[in-house]
Design a protein around this ligand. Structure first.
Ligand code: PMP
Length: 289
C-alpha cells in the first residue's frame, strides 16, 4: 500500500508522522471518509468542500488547494491500483510543541490512505440492524460544533462503546434537548407513509454527503422529504428506518431500543433507495484511470 503524506508516497511501514503532531497530541485536525466505486471517486468535490469547511471552522490553513487535494485523492487510488476503495483523507495541525498553542505548529500535514472497508456484516444489510439510544449526547453547537469532522471523535467513540456494551453495533445519539441527532458514524432516516424524515443539521447531525444524495433520490422518486426535529417516539412508530454514511452506505434498521420497526424487515422504500444508491455509485464520480 502506498500512502500519500505531504506530496510524497510512502510504503505502509514508512508512512509515519511525528509524535509532536498536534493531530496526535490533541486531536487537532480534520478528516474525510471517501469512497471510490468502479474506477471513480464518488462525490469527491462534496467531500473536499466539507473538508475545507471543517478547516475554516478550526482556523486550519490547508497547505494545498481544493484542486490539488482532489488530485491527491484520485492519484492515491491510482497509485494503489484501486478501482473500489475507501479513502481516508486527514489534515493535521502539524508538528508543534508539547503546549497546545496551534500557532507553534509550522505546517499542517495532508495524508491520504486508500484501502478498503466493511463496516457491518452482510447479514445486517439483508435483515436490518438493531440499534439503541445511548447516554452520551451529541456535542453542543457552542462547543466543538458537531458539523466539524474533526480528529477529536471521542464523543462518538464513547457512544460507540456504550452501543457495544449493549451488544449492538451502532448507537442513536440525542442532542442536549432530547431530540434525535444522528448515530456515531451515520445519519438516520425514517419513512412514514410516503414521507422521508431525517433530523435537521441544527439538531446536531453531520452534513452527511450520503444523506444529501438520499434526500435528492427520494425527492426524485416522488417522496416528500423533510427535516423536522424527531424524538425517539417518532422512530419507534416509523414504518421504516435506515442509516446512511459513506462507509455504511444505506443500512436498514429493524429494532430500536427493543421496539421492532415496521414489519421488522427492511421495507420497500428503503429497498428502492438502496438500489438507486448502488446504481448511482457505479456510474458517477471523478475517474481514477
Ligand atoms: N455522522 C457522522 C458522525 C459521521 O462521522 C459520518 C461519516 N462517517 C456520517 C454521519 C455520514 O456522513 P457521510 O455520508 O458524509 O459519510
Amino acid at each position: 500500500m502506498k500512502i500519500f503524506i505531504d506530496g510524497q508516497y510512502y510504503d505502509e511501514e514508512n508512512a509515519k508522522i511525528s509524535v509532536f503532531d498536534h493531530g496526535l497530541l490533541y486531536g487537532d485536525g480534520i478528516f474525510e471518509g471517501i469512497r471510490a466505486y468502479n474506477g471513480r471517486v464518488f462525490k469527491l468535490k462534496e467531500h473536499i468542500d466539507r473538508l475545507f469547511h471543517s478547516a475554516k471552522a478550526l482556523l486550519l490553513t490547508i497547505p494545498m488547494s481544493h484542486a490539488e487535494i482532489m488530485k491527491a485523492v484520485v492519484d492515491t487510488c491510482r497509485e494503489n491500483n484501486l478501482r473500489d476503495a475507501y479513502v481516508r483523507l486527514i489534515v493535521t495541525r502539524g508538528v508543534g510543541t508539547l503546549g497546545l498553542n496551534p500557532n507553534r505548529c509550522k505546517k499542517p500535514s495532508v495524508i491520504v490512505i486508500a484501502g478498503t472497508i466493511q463496516l457491518y456484516p452482510q447479514e445486517m444489510y439483508d435483515n436490518g440492524m438493531e440499534i439503541v439510544t445511548v447516554p452520551t449526547t451529541r456535542n453542543l453547537h457552542n462547543a466543538v460544533n458537531p458539523a466539524i469532522k474533526s480528529l477529536n471523535y471521542l464523543n462518538n467513540i464513547l457512544a460507540k462503546i456504550e452501543a457495544n456494551i449493549a451488544g449492538v453495533e451502532e448507537a442513536i445519539m440525542l442532542n442536549s434537548d432530547g431530540y434525535v441527532a444522528e448515530c456515531t458514524g451515520d445519519n438516520i432516516f425514517i419513512v412514514r407513509g410516503n414521507e422521508l424524515l431525517t433530523p435537521p443539521l441544527s439538531a446536531g447531525a453531520l452534513y452527511g454527503i450520503t444523506r444529501a444524495v438520499v434526500m435528492e433520490m427520494a425527492r426524485e422518486g416522488g417522496m416528500q422529504v423533510s427535516e423536522p426535529n424527531l424524538t425517539r417516539y417518532d422512530l419507534f412508530i416509523a414504518d421504516e428506518c435506515f442509516l446512511t454514511g459513506t462507509g455504511a452506505e444505506l443500512i436498514p434498521v429493524r429494532k430500536i431500543d427493543g421496539r421492532v420497526i415496521g414489519s421488522g424487515k427492511p421495507g420497500p422504500k428503503t429497498g428502492s433507495l438502496v438500489e438507486k444508491y448502488r446504481a448511482l455509485t457505479q456510474t458517477s464520480g471523478d475517474a481514477i484511470f
